[in-house]
Design a protein around this ligand. Structure first.
Ligand SMILES: [Zn+2]
Length: 162
């Protein structure tokens, strides 16, 4: 599983970039951390071993299966306390951050955001729907939103929300 950034993990995430922040989950964020754990358990038990999801990930530029990415111990999940309507999360390299808006939507949205961001870890670009498209193969079709493209490098007001 990816690592969760907490104060005791000693992980230093990327520097803040406008509204994008990669912070540890502190004691004050315990309810959001609990939701993250529920989402990660859904992925562990229901998504990681789902063949179409692994195939969809293998077709991404990075060429690794979903399980490959999920089992990569150099992937980190951080916290972004900034709430912006429609902003779910960001990824820089192998550093994912999940934003407060996603937590306001519940654990299924957190699971979908994680899969989307993990697709970016596997090379899906921020300028098309490749990352979001993986949701359709990863048992998260109901959460697929074609307007969610990516925010790897875009400016604050770009339409890329995750
Ligand atoms: Zn994205």
């Amino acid at each position: 599983m990816p690592n969760i950034n907490t104060p005791s993990s000693g992980h230093v995430g990327p520097s803040a970039n406008m509204h994008r922040q990669w912070l540890p989950y502190t004691a004050a964020d315990s309810s959001d951390l609990a939701m993250l754990n529920v989402a990660m358990n859904i992925i562990n038990t229901r998504i990681k071993g789902h063949s179409p999801c692994n195939a969809a990930f293998q077709a991404l530029p990075g060429g690794r299966t979903f399980a490959d990415i999920w089992n990569d111990s150099s992937v980190w999940i951080s916290y972004n306390p900034v709430w912006r309507h429609g902003y779910f999360g960001s990824t820089s390299g192998k550093d994912i951050t999940i934003a407060k808006y996603a937590f306001s939507m519940g654990h299924w949205t957190i699971a979908a955001t994680l899969v989307h961001e993990l697709a970016h870890v596997n090379g899906a670009p921020g300028h098309n729907t490749q990352a979001e498209d993986t949701l359709k193969a990863c048992l998260l079709r109901d959460l697929y939103d074609p307007s969610v493209i990516g925010s790897l490098t875009g400016p604050f007001n770009d339409p890329h929300m995750a």
